[in-house]
Design a protein around this ligand. Structure first.
Ligand code: DP6
Length: 330
């Protein structure tokens, strides 16, 4: 017997970032975070629980997923199987509509889409909060790709208190996120490993202790659409996370020369009155955020920079959504 569902989810860009965990297995983060879902990029995932399978299978963009990825997927599926009280193995087909190997984090959209499709395939009826909690255990940032629009993940202290929710819908603020690729190299140290060594930096404690303050400023700036305040706090937060990364043991240097060139350019454009700011995740590529009215000007400025390999354009995105329920019983 086979039971299938298909779901889609967007990745997200964090304005106030998640870095470090209080509990690595459950991914209870060291601090709360705030993000925007990215319309234009998405993962579509089909999960088929099939009684004829003797192990889980993973196909990523048409190729068999590696062992590490399969283990991570199986752990999430185990949690779903436990909820449904079944043992049936599943085939997972996952496709990104954005190029892989470009350093664009796909774990958020991947685990959000996987959670929604797996849960639906087994006929479980979970609330958004429960989906967010479950997705979090697969990838922390995936908790923020379950709800739509502008999303805050409250750190919490245990599985039940750590989940994300919408603070404003996608149409609240017409922002544009230009993802500026300066390198297409695969990153050497992934986020999961980075979270594990965050506490080795003497700056992590300071960063975590200051997070409520940054979250308050950022949340208010988003709700009031105050771009100047937003820009300042988003860049500060990104720089604070990278200060922790660079002072961890071993140190993680994600920026490349192209990254620094664009950071400096953005600062100078803003000082000339162009509303735009940068934020950088665990890789060399940048996200340049601006109000929609400034997007043509930002695009023109970007096209003059030699280090820019390519640019993807995103706008605020909706929640994870179901594409195909085909439940025939397990
Ligand atoms: C720098 O969610 O990718 O993008 O929980 O191990 O999957 P895992 O980590 P992940 O970490 C995201 C780190 C970040 C900041 C952020 O998105 O908040």
């Amino acid at each position: 017997m086979k039971s299938t569902a298909k779901a889609a989810a967007h990745p997200n860009i964090a304005f106030i970032k998640y870095w470090g965990n209080k509990d690595h297995d459950l991914r209870i983060p060291a601090n709360g975070s705030l993000s925007m879902n990215l319309e234009g990029l998405e993962t579509q995932t089909t999960v088929s629980f099939d009684t004829s399978l003797d192990q889980d299978q993973l196909i990523l963009n048409g190729e068999p997923g590696g062992e590490e990825a399969l283990d991570r997927v199986s752990s999430l599926l185990d949690r779903v199987r436990e909820l449904a009280e079944i043992e049936t193995r599943a085939q997972v087909l996952s496709e990104n509509n954005f190029p892989t190997g470009t350093g664009i984090a796909s774990s958020a959209s991947a685990f959000a889409a996987l959670t929604l499709s797996a849960v639906t395939a087994l006929g479980l009826c979970l609330t958004e909060k429960e989906l967010s909690q479950l997705a979090r255990t697969g990838s922390g940032s995936a908790s923020r790709s379950i709800p739509g629009g502008f999303v805050e993940w409250q750190a919490g202290t245990d599985h039940d208190s750590s989940f994300a929710k919408t603070i404003a819908p996608p149409e609240h603020w017409a922002l544009v996120d230009f993802i500026v690729l300066v390198s297409q190299e695969h990153k050497k140290t992934g986020s999961s490993q980075g979270h594990r060594i965050a506490d080795t930096s003497p700056f992590q404690e300071v960063r975590v202790a200051d997070t409520e303050r940054r979250l308050d400023i950022c949340r208010k700036a988003v709700l009031e659409k105050d771009f100047q305040t937003f820009a300042g706090i988003v860049e500060l937060d990104s720089n604070m996370m990278h200060s922790v990364m660079m002072t961890s043991d071993p140190p993680l240097y994600y920026w490349q020369s192209g990254t620094l060139e664009i950071m400096a350019a953005v600062q100078s454009w803003r000082s000339e009155g162009l509303p735009v700011c940068f934020t950088i995740d665990a890789g060399p590529n940048l996200h340049l955020i601006c109000p929609a009215q400034a997007s043509e000007a930002v695009k023109r400025k970007l096209s003059a920079l030699v280090n820019v390999k390519s640019v993807l354009t995103c706008t605020p995105g909706g929640p994870a959504r179901l594409l195909e329920p085909e439940i025939t019983g397990v």
